[in-house]
Structures are given as C-alpha cells and as structure tokens.
Design a protein around this ligand. Structure first.
Ligand SMILES: *Cc1c(COP(=O)(O)O)cnc(C)c1O
Length: 351
C-alpha cells in the first residue's frame, strides 16, 4: 500500500461527532462541525452530517466550494471572511463570521447583485485578540448593519483560546450572553446563534450550571482528535486515534548517535546539538517536513524521533525489529493533522 499515507477512521469520527452533539445538546447547545483541519474533505464532511450535525464551517471558501460541488447538503458557515472574496462568499456560504463593517458592506453589495440574503454572525472581541469587534462599539456597528440590504444579522459569537490562549470561562460566557441580550433588547431582534467558541469551551461547559444564552459552539479538534484544547486532555468516551500517519522505513543501519565532522547549519538554518549515546539502530523514514509537522507526531511503537528534513524522518529504532520496507505508525496532534491533510504527498486512506 502507498506510503506515506494517513488512515482516516470515519466510524470513529462519526462516533465523536454524535457523542459531542448529544453532550452539548443536553444543555441546549447546538454544534457546528468545523472542517478546516481536514481541508473540507468531502467523505469526512458527509460522515459528520450523518451524525446529526447540520451546519458545516470552514475558514476557506475553496473548501466550501469543494463540498458544495460534491453535492453535500448542509448549511455552510465561512469562518474567515476576506474583503476581496465577497462575491464568492455570498455565492457559496450561507452564513459568515464578520468583524469589519467595510467587509459587511461589500457582502451587502454582492448579496443585492445576486438577489440573495446573506446571513452574518458578528464576532465580538473578549480578550483572546484575534478577530472581533470591541464590545464598546458593537451597538454602533449593529446600527449600521441593520440598514444594509441583503444582509441579515443572525447571531453574535466569540473566539477564545486561539491566539492569546485565553480560557472561555463563566465570566467570558456571561459577558457574551449579556451582550447578546442587550443587542436583542435594544434592536428588537432575535439572534439565532449565540456562538460561544470552539473545542476549548469543553471545561466551561462541563463545569457550568447555567450556559446562559450560549446556544452554539463551533467544533473541529474535539471531533477529530477527541480532546479539549485548553490542556489537550482526552474527552471521556471519544476516540483520540481517528487519524494515523503511516510512513515507510527506507534505510536502517547501525550508525553513531553523534554526527562527525565540522558542525555547521542543518537544512533549516539551525545548528543542531546531539548527545553521544554510542552506536544506535537508525531508521530513515520516507516522510518529512514537507508533509507533516514532525514535532506533532507521536510514534505508536517504542522508537524515538531524532529529527527531520524536508523528505526524511530520522528515528532511533531501539530494540524494535524494524527493517527496510516496514511501516511505522504515528498519532498526530492538531498541527501535524493540519499539515498532513494539506500535503498533496500524503495519500488519504479511509477506513
Ligand atoms: C478553527 C475555528 C474553530 C474550531 O476550533 P477547534 O479548536 O478546532 O474546535 C471555531 N471557530 C473559529 C472562528 C475557528 O477559526
């Protein structure tokens, strides 16, 4: 079978999606499935929808277009809206997250042109300092938005634990609830989505007695890797191994552990340092930094990763009986999964 490849266990992903939908649903929170880490993979999108999730979100319009073109029947939410893509955003996404009035005006222009109503969720900054309107100017922004033709404000949301590592706690969620209530009262409208965050909201959800007005979360990592994302702890009853990276041994030799000669920069401009542990069994695997974030790989067998270049991964094969042509399996963290799904050199194999 072709290597390197990523094996994707659709049954495990489906189980995670269904379990999370039921868990969050138990306190009235609906789940949106975020497909960006799998590049809008259509088989994975389908299995998420089969698990009962009805809205899919992606950061890239090209992924949404790919899913639509494959005939996937869902509502699509665009997570990252770009001014110059407004025409395509209106064309392919049903809903988009937004935080700039000039972009929303552009969406309005194309919505009118396409004779459509484009729905938007306004993102509110609550301290993580990635996207979002400062709460103090939110009311004024809403005032402008509701005048725009072809645009319907359907919700507000926030995103935490992405850039600043800020925890979505009771205080942040209560703040978002109160902002939502204020907008609804002030403008006499009903916000369908009060979207409290992402996979990092798990601990808050489990601990809180009252979710307030929060009725939606956008989940990627916890569906795919079965963990929350504040401490990367596994979520009970979920699979953490739905994805496995498989690489092949292309050389295996006993060699020194310490490079010899005059040490200068490596392939990536670092000056490497090594410990001398005598001669070791070194396996060279046919996968590299062009395929995967090597620091995010966790070997399933007892071997140690020593390093990597663009196309080679070097491991200490230790006491294993590995030989040339054998395969080695790895679990992946989010960064490794993102890179592996994005690399055209990694074959995607569904199980
Ligand atoms: C990526 C993303 C998500 C999903 O985050 P996970 O940690 O994978 O659950 C949710 N919301 C926004 C705005 C995102 O960009």
């Amino acid at each position: 079978m072709v290597t390197p490849r990523i094996e994707i266990n659709l049954r495990k992903i489906a189980h995670n999606a269904k379990t999370l939908k039921e868990l969050y649903g138990s306190k009235g929170i609906d789940v949106i499935g975020v497909t960006k880490v799998v590049c809008g993979d259509t088989k994975i999108a389908e299995i998420i929808l089969k698990s009962g999730i009805r809205i899919l979100a992606d950061s890239r319009i090209s992924n949404i277009k790919k899913m639509r073109d494959a005939g996937i029947q869902a509502q699509f939410l665009l997570l990252r809206t770009i001014y110059s893509q407004a025409n395509d955003v209106v064309n392919y996404a049903d809903i988009s997250l937004n935080s700039e009035l000039s972009v929303i005006k552009e969406l309005s222009k194309f919505a009118v042109k396409q004779d459509k109503t484009h729905k938007i969720i306004l993102m509110v900054e609550l301290g993580d300092l990635r996207e979002g309107i400062m709460p103090s100017v939110l009311e004024n922004t809403v005032k402008e938005i509701i005048k725009l033709k072809g645009i319907k404000l359907v919700g507000i949301g926030t995103n935490l634990a992405c850039f600043g590592g800020i925890k979505p706690d009771n205080e942040k969620m209560e703040h978002l609830s109160s902002i939502a209530k204020n907008i609804e009262d002030k403008f006499k409208l009903k916000l369908k989505f009060i979207s409290g965050g992402n996979s990092a909201n798990y601990n808050w959800f489990m601990a809180t007695k009252d979710v307030g007005k929060i009725n939606n979360l956008r989940l990627g990592e916890s569906i795919f890797l079965g963990c929350e994302t504040l401490d990367r702890k596994p979520i009970p009853k979920l699979f953490t191994d739905a994805f496995t990276l498989i690489a092949e041994v292309i050389e295996l030799k006993t060699k020194p552990s310490l490079p010899y000669g005059d040490i200068h920069q490596d392939a990536f401009g670092n000056t490497p340092k090594f410990h001398d542990i005598g001669e070791i069994r070194r396996a060279l695997l046919g996968v590299g930094l062009q395929d995967v974030l090597v620091s995010g790989l966790m070997p399933i067998s007892v071997i140690d990763i020593l390093g990597a270049s663009s196309d080679h991964l070097i491991v200490n094969a230790k006491q294993t009986d590995l030989k040339v042509g054998d395969t080695v399996k790895f679990n992946l963290n989010y960064g490794a999964l993102l890179a592996a799904m994005t690399s055209p050199y990694i074959i995607k194999k569904y199980k």
